[in-house]
Design a protein around this ligand. Structure first.
Ligand code: 4NP
Length: 152
């Protein structure tokens, strides 16, 4: 079993969309994978994804309404093979939170996509539906790249 945790700031926009896109991409795959998402912040713990995130996922056949936000915890660094951060601020926070014996490899989400290494999945929270659509497209590219690579 290989496992990936998607991480952003609030866990209500980018990382639940990434989790939904990955679940959808791997739904027809027999590869055993585990996906989850979390945020570095605690403002939205227990909340469902932002309505605009739910809408853009739904428009692409993906239901993320059942997801609930949570904050990353120390245990995640032992539980997951790979933790993928949406942007460099999330990545820096991750590196500071990681215990010395962390098992998880840490990278940016778009590091998984050939040619887009080092790019951020931009936060759509203060944006509009176009920003949420761009976010969905970015995390879908990440999911497709993970599916092609098969091993991380
Ligand atoms: P996310 O977006 O990190 O993609 O979930 C945000 C959601 C909420 C806030 C910031 C970013 N906030 O400040 O509440």
């Amino acid at each position: 079993m290989q496992s990936i945790l998607f991480l952003c700031l609030g866990n209500i926009c980018r990382s639940p969309l990434a989790e939904g896109a990955a679940r959808a991409a791997f739904a027809r795959s027999r590869l055993p994978k585990e996906f989850d998402s979390a945020g570095t912040g605690d403002w939205h713990i227990g909340h469902p994804p932002d309505k605009r995130a739910q809408a853009v996922a739904r428009d692409h056949g993906c239901d993320i309404s059942g997801l609930r936000a949570r904050q990353i915890k120390a245990d995640d660094f032992a539980r997951f093979d790979l933790i993928l951060a949406a942007d460099t601020a999330n990545l820096r926070d991750l590196q500071q939170l990681a215990p010395p014996d962390s098992r998880a490899r840490i990278a940016l989400m778009l590091d998984m996509v050939p040619g887009r290494e080092g790019e951020a999945v931009t936060d759509p929270y203060y944006g509009d539906n176009t920003d949420f659509l761009r976010c969905w497209q970015d995390v879908s590219a990440v999911a497709a790249a993970l599916l092609v690579q098969k091993s991380w």
